[in-house]
Unconditional design. Structure first.
Length: 243
């Protein structure tokens, strides 16, 4: 757990970390008393990826001097590109069929997040929003992104069982994301010109959540027993069949 606090402190800033935790602590306590998923999630994101991100980040942005450039060129876009073009194509699953299917799933998942988040920040409509409007716009962004990537996955032939299993796993993570974003939107600490500090902090949250989905994909893949047997999936001009 110490690694987690160090991550948020370095990645978001100490004051931002404290405010986020204070804003959502009640919700997290309730969640912790009802399930163990949060401990598993925090353990996963505290290891290899988060350490790698922070070691590469040699300078900390002053949270009180966030600029439009910091938003438009946020590192979330660099990491999505890295995952899409370097990491996902090298991920191996238990069978050739599952490797192709889950690579396709993750590619669409990342692509839609990049497209929708990029469009959101490029539009700059958030700059003139009050807190409730900003919160509603971000909730719409999340919901629209889920709808867009699930629709494209279905159209590409990804089996429904894969989409449903990943959706179940992601639901708790999405709930946490919504709670954290709500805490940022409601906190006066994040008040800044054009809502830049709020958006910057929220993009940082989204960055860590995306990696968690990639990390969970192997576990979900291995949990599907027999339900993919005999199914076919076409990628390019080649047809793959699950043995």
């Amino acid at each position: 757990m110490k690694d987690i606090f160090q991550y948020f402190e370095k990645h978001l800033g100490q004051s931002v970390m404290v405010t986020i935790l204070a804003g959502v602590v009640y919700t997290l306590v309730l969640m912790l008393t009802k399930s163990t998923w949060f401990n598993s999630f925090m353990t996963k994101i505290s290891d290899r990826f988060l350490d790698k991100v922070m070691k590469k980040k040699t300078e900390t942005v002053n949270i009180r001097t966030i600029t439009e450039s910091d938003i438009l060129n946020h590192e979330i876009f660099k990491y999505i590109d890295f995952w899409m073009y370097s990491r996902v194509p090298t991920i191996q699953f238990s069978t050739e069929y599952r490797t192709v299917v889950f690579r396709k799933y993750l590619s669409i998942y990342l692509k839609k997040h990049k497209e929708n988040i990029k469009k959101y920040v490029d539009d700059k409509k958030f700059e003139t929003m009050d807190d409730p409007t900003l919160w509603n716009s971000l909730l719409t962004l999340i919901n629209d992104t889920i709808y867009d990537y699930e629709r494209e996955m279905e159209n590409s032939g990804i089996p429904k069982i894969v989409i449903e299993k990943m959706k179940i796993k992601n639901n708790d993570i999405i709930s946490l994301t919504i709670d954290l974003i709500s805490g940022v939107c409601d906190s006066q600490f994040y008040t800044s010109e054009k809502n830049l500090l709020k958006i910057y902090s929220i993009l940082n949250i989204m960055l860590s959540i995306l990696e968690n989905t990639i990390s969970n994909s192997e576990h979900i893949c291995n949990s599907i027993n027999g339900q993919l047997k005999g199914l076919k999936f076409t990628d390019g001009n080649k047809i793959f069949t699950e043995p």
